[in-house]
Design a protein around this ligand. Structure first.
Ligand code: AHR
Length: 507
């Protein structure tokens, strides 16, 4: 192991910043591979414990994360999904081909009622993504009425006939997805014209207030964001002319090329560095989109929603290339912890983020196998360890002394990442040591409050490639961090190489 690095981090506990919305810890479930079917939904006749076909072990594991919202049904799938095919008796529901993901038949057995039941079981807010690409304005408008209207109306009668009397609350509504690509291959201007019409007819019924999210850019496409911002009315405050409350952006950590993304578990240390450099770039990407938004909306009334993020690797050997099933190693967990530090810093403009995706697809929380076994991934543990940041107040963090950045391919990687928040009489500090070889001795110089107690948790493993399997599910799992000690300036701790830690401080 290399010599330990040293760092001093000043944290201003009495300088409140923006609230870190719990929705930054949001999730995404698409009809893609084994996310919905096998992952969330196994059907009522399954031998696995289920409620209405929804796997109860999956629900229990996700409830432990306090997942705040769930985006559904896509992704690309959203723009070929016709919701009316997913209601009524399951045996009567027409099928369709899922042309985006594996060209397999979708039987529509998991539809609107099943999704809303899942959200109720999870205690999560639904984020429904409507179909602009191949659906009609009327179809989207009817879906909103079906879900949220009370009293008596054609869609209410249909919902009641399908067994649900009371309307649901649906706070979040996506107006299409990736309209520049799978959502219709539109130009920004073309999408804006369409989306204004669709959003207009997504009505607020009976006290349900929709937060309409326009389909946004990918990566550095600031021109797309600018086109949307020109169209968004920023009068704010619920003015009837407001058509969008937020716009989205997507950013995946793909350090290789789209053709050769690399393996989730078989990689060298330089692949690791390139991954982290790519992950760290989310800061620059969010800053770019926020800066464009600031020009049109200086009061920051329009939200930025990163509704797809995470690592995207080559699929595991012998799995369907269209199913995007990948393993999840300690490296993925560090990608997640790095993203959350960035999200916390952007919490004023960034109001929601959804990792892609929750079960069995891309950077998942949970992996299941054909026997029905369930594995918690390293990424799952980062979400769990960071729960204390949900709806907490962010506080400024200054890395006054820090390890020298690592340089590769002309780019730099900061080796230490920290963020902090305060909620009531507790502060939570998240610290990631990205150095793959050296431990980090870190002084947390805590200002503006008295430390009355502390406890810490640590996530690491002997190797960056370490991951959890059915045979060995605890290879990467949190343990107590025993190196935290009091220091005249606050606390001092030592983090092993490639590790993530949380320190809870009693104030
Ligand atoms: O998350 C997988 C896919 O990635 C989504 O369907 C699409 O929106 C994005 O390209």
């Amino acid at each position: 192991m290399s010599t330990a690095s040293t760092a001093r981090v000043v944290i201003d506990l009495d300088v409140p910043g923006p609230i870190i919305s719990r929705h930054l810890y949001g999730h995404f479930a698409e009809h893609l591979g084994r996310c919905v079917y096998d992952g969330f939904y196994v059907g009522e006749s399954s031998g696995l414990p289920n409620q209405g076909g929804i796997r109860l072990d999956v629900v229990e594991a996700l409830r432990a994360l306090n997942i705040p919202n769930l985006r559904w049904p896509g992704g690309c799938f959203a723009d070929e999904y016709h919701w009316m095919n997913g209601i009524g008796p399951r045996a009567d529901r027409p099928g369709m081909i899922n042309t985006n993901w594996g060209n397999v038949e979708e039987n529509n057995h998991f539809g609107t009622h099943e999704f809303m039941a899942l959200c109720e079981l999870l205690g999560a807010d639904p984020y429904v993504n409507g179909n602009v690409g191949s659906g009609t304005v009327q179809e989207m408008s009817d879906w909103v009425e079906y879900l949220t209207r009370d009293g008596d109306s054609p869609m209410v009668r249909l919902r009641k006939a399908n067994g649900r009397d009371a309307p649901w609350k649906v706070p979040f509504w996506g107006v299409g997805n990736e309209a520049w690509g799978c959502g219709g291959n539109l130009t920004a201007e073309g999408y804006v014209e369409l989306a204004r019409r669709y959003a207009t007819f997504c009505r607020d019924h009976d006290g349900n207030k929709l937060y309409r999210i326009a389909a946004g850019a990918s990566d550095d496409d600031l021109a797309w964001t600018e086109a949307l911002m020109k169209a968004v009315n920023t009068l704010g405050g619920g003015h009837p002319r407001d058509i969008f409350q937020a716009i989205s952006v997507h950013y995946y950590t793909v350090p290789g090329t789209w053709l050769h993304k690399g393996s989730a578990t078989k990689f060298e240390v330089d692949d690791y560095y390139r991954t982290m450099i790519k992950a760290q770039d989310i800061d620059r990407v969010l800053t770019g989109h926020s800066t464009v938004m600031d020009a049109y909306d200086p009061q920051r009334k329009i939200g930025l929603v990163l509704d797809e993020w995470g690592t995207w690797w080559d699929v595991e050997p012998d799995t369907n290339p269209g199913f995007l099933y990948q393993q999840n190693a300690l490296r993925d967990a560090l990608v997640a912890s790095l993203h959350f530090d960035v999200f916390h810093r952007h919490a004023e403009r960034l109001v929601m983020a959804n990792i892609a995706q929750t079960v069995n697809v891309l950077q998942a929380m949970l992996l299941t196998d054909e026997t029905g076994a369930l594995v918690l991934t390293p990424t799952y543990h980062v979400f769990e360890m960071n729960k204390g940041h949900h709806d907490a107040t962010s506080v400024p963090v200054h890395l006054v002394d820090r390890p020298a950045p690592y340089e590769l391919d002309g780019k730099q990687l900061e080796l230490l990442s920290v963020s902090a928040s305060v909620k009531g009489d507790k502060a939570l500090v998240s610290v990631t040591n990205l150095d793959p070889a050296a431990s980090a001795d870190v002084v947390l110089d805590l200002r503006g409050a008295t430390v009355r107690g502390h406890s810490g948790r640590l996530l690491t493993a002997p190797k960056l490639q370490a991951h959890n399997t059915v045979a060995d599910p605890q290879v990467v799992a949190p343990v107590a961090l025993t190196t935290v000690v009091e220091d005249p300036r606050g606390l001092r701790l030592t983090l092993p190489p490639h590790s993530f830690a949380t320190v809870e401080v009693d104030l």
